[in-house]
Design a protein around this ligand. Structure first.
Ligand SMILES: [Zn+2]
Length: 223
């Protein structure tokens, strides 16, 4: 049987795991299971789970773990029937109960998580990256910049329309610190959980994105 790459990207907000997950999915053609998309698809498809999810979403509530796991399970069953190459998760699991539920479901489907890629960066870098976004004040322009990855040519001014740029309240250093605090209390314990299962691989997320990507290719199993 050929290798499948059943991968979880794990790391603090700002570590760059989402960017890498998208790149790996695109270049290696391994499906990216985005839980937000799975929920939207199920709702618009009107499936049994979709109908339940709809009630939560319309009530303004979070879709519960068992329902999200159910959606991932359905997707995996669909993928398994058809030249299965593996899957990528990022942003899930976020809590230990979610990680445990995912593990049980994988066992039931006779699948294993092959790698959990732990993308790491020190707090100071995470805060810089999370507070680097700038938006154009001109509503009809709506351009978005990032002081690291997509810098405006003139400081504080929009390249497209010349209007002033501003920083959203959720993008400030203070908001970033709050997000990281939440991450450390709820999500970080998963690192120990997967390290015990010896599927965790540490990745230095401070390097430039191409270097990080090359490192990931060395680690994940390929066909
Ligand atoms: Zn603009």
């Amino acid at each position: 049987m050929k290798n499948t790459a059943n991968i979880i990207f794990f790391g603090a907000p700002g570590a760059g795991k989402g960017t890498q997950a998208k790149k790996v999915s695109y270049e290696l053609k391994i499906p990216h299971l985005d839980t937000g998309n799975l929920i939207r698809e199920a709702i618009s498809g009107g499936t049994e789970l979709g109908k339940k999810a709809k009630e939560y979403v319309e009530g303004g509530n979070l879709v519960p773990d068992d329902l999200v796991i159910g959606l991932i399970r359905e997707k995996l069953l669909e993928l398994k029937g058809n030249n299965f190459k593996g899957f990528i998760l990022d942003g899930f699991p976020r809590t230990i109960p979610q990680a445990e539920a995912l593990g049980n479901m994988m066992k039931e489907l006779n699948l294993q998580i092959t790698k959990v890629l732990n993308v790491q960066a020190p707090e100071s870098i995470l805060i810089d990256r999370l507070s680097a976004r700038r938006l154009c004040t001109n509503k009809s322009c709506g351009a978005i910049y990032n002081l690291f990855t997509k810098k405006p040519q003139r400081e504080g001014k929009c390249d497209h329309c010349g209007a002033d740029l501003y920083q959203r309240k959720d993008d400030t250093a203070e908001a970033a610190r709050q997000r990281l605090k939440e991450y450390h209390s709820k999500t970080a314990p998963i690192e120990t959980y997967y390290r015990k299962q010896t599927v965790l691989a540490d990745i230095d997320g401070t390097k430039d994105p191409q270097e990080v990507y090359n490192k990931i290719l060395e680690i994940i199993p390929l066909n």
